[in-house]
Design a binder for this molecule. Structure first.
Ligand code: DSN
Length: 416
């Protein structure tokens, strides 16, 4: 076995990691699906647990030597059950896309109809976008938000009556409002549909008590573990006990092989962190920070989709400011502020150069930033957008970014 340190043995990778630490440390991370794990979670993620194969589930494995792996996976499951009030938890999906695919295959037959939100209105690729393999196998019908940015429940009921879906799917990746799960369940029940919510973006906010929790009501709820939940990269399926066997079989052996137990260990650590009172405060602050951004952007007459935000993110049409989403992303990158270009509802532009930008507060809130910093950052973003072709101004903002980031150190333990 190679006994040299990473730095000595593989300076290419060691340097890339060091540069990535510096990039995260010195920039302002505002992609709403990103976050920073704790040092304790990082320790679990980078542990020898990665060496172990463990097909099967706790107490029922196909390989020997899984006694400690069982402790890790069962602890993660028990903590998740407690956080969300779930009857059954499968923590093995390798990430968000396979997690949703496992649910479709576990509970539906090829050709079955699923009602899911249109991607440009805030939905997700895995909710039936025509470019995905799933769209060739299942019959996805896409609903949209209305002019006011709400999900029109009367329209959803009509669509349910017309299409008789086997599943109604809610939960979004670029939608900034909460969801009325009770009324969606009522609509699903009226046509005998299974209810599924993909709360990947807002899982942490739900665990922290800051957004409606679909778990007690819905048949199946999926979430990634690495966004607002602040765990390692992975997916999790929560369901009613009556679907437990089907879901477990769909994940393994239906779709995946050996689970990534080091990721599961890190998420177990994150779930313990989420059980602490400080996590509730964190979730409150995420929302306050998003509101603080909204206030400044509204003052500056930005076109905010869905009328504003009730969660951690904002979707903004930047074209009235004379810039596209792609140009805004590039200019903000130069200023050290990381966001992503994004489609807006029924966007006339293309996905690689859309009209909007999507930005959020979970990562900056993890650093300890509050409303005051959000106001400053919103002004900086506006200055970048209004001067996106002026490299001197972009350089000036970059210096402001670095000065601000420095006041909120992220991983001092990892500095070399
Ligand atoms: N990539 C995630 C996001 O940014 O929302 C979801 O797939």
């Amino acid at each position: 076995m190679n006994k040299q340190s990473l730095k000595d043995f593989d300076p290419v990778i060691a340097n890339a990691i060091k540069n990535e630490i510096n990039r995260q440390e010195s920039g302002l991370e505002m992609i709403p699906s990103e976050n920073f794990v704790s040092i304790a979670a990082l320790e679990a993620l980078g542990s020898v647990v990665t060496n172990k194969y463990s097909e099967g589930y706790p107490g029922k494995r196909y390989y020997g030597g899984c006694e400690h792996i069982d402790t890790i996976e069962q602890t993660a499951i028990d903590r998740a059950k407690e956080l969300f009030g779930a009857e059954h938890v499968n923590i093995q999906p390798l990430s968000g896309a396979p997690m949703n695919v496992a649910v479709y295959f576990g509970l539906l037959e090829p050709g079955d109809t699923i009602l899911g939100m249109d991607l440009s209105h805030g939905g997700h690729l895995t909710h039936g976008h025509p470019v995905t393999h799933m769209a060739k196998i299942f019959n996805f019908i896409r609903y949209k938000t209305n002019q006011e940015g709400n999900i029109d429940l009367d329209n959803l009921q009509e669509m349910a009556n017309t299409h008789k879906p086997k599943m109604i799917l809610v939960g979004y990746s670029a939608y900034s409002r909460d969801i009325d799960y009770e009324n969606i369940k009522r609509i699903a029940d009226s046509v005998g549909a299974i209810t599924m919510a993909d709360v990947s973006h807002i899982g942490g906010l739900i665990a922290g008590g800051e957004m409606n929790n679909p778990v007690p009501l819905f048949d199946v709820v999926t979430t990634t573990t690495h966004k607002t939940l602040r765990g390692a990269r992975g997916g999790m399926i929560m369901c009613k006990e009556k679907y437990a066997k089907k879901i477990d079989k769909a994940v393994f052996p239906g779709l995946q092989g050996g689970p990534h137990e080091n990721n599961i260990a890190a998420s177990a650590v994150a779930f313990k962190e989420a059980q602490e009172p400080a996590f509730k405060e964190y979730c409150k602050q995420i929302k306050k920070n998003a509101k603080a951004l909204e206030i400044v952007f509204k003052e500056k007459e930005y076109k905010i989709m869905f009328g504003g935000t009730s969660n951690h993110l904002l979707l903004i049409d930047v074209t009235p400011k004379g810039i596209t989403g792609k140009e805004a992303q590039q200019a903000l990158d130069k200023a050290g502020i990381t966001i992503n270009k994004n489609m807006i509802p029924d966007d006339p532009r293309r996905p690689m150069d859309p009209s909007g930008i999507r930005l959020g507060t979970p990562a900056l809130t993890t650093r300890g930033m509050k409303e005051k910093e959000m106001e400053q950052i919103a002004h900086m973003i506006d200055e970048v957008i209004m001067n996106h072709q002026n490299d001197e101004i972009l350089e000036k903002i970059k210096q402001q970014t670095e000065a601000l980031a420095k006041q909120f150190p992220l991983y001092p333990e990892l500095q070399v």
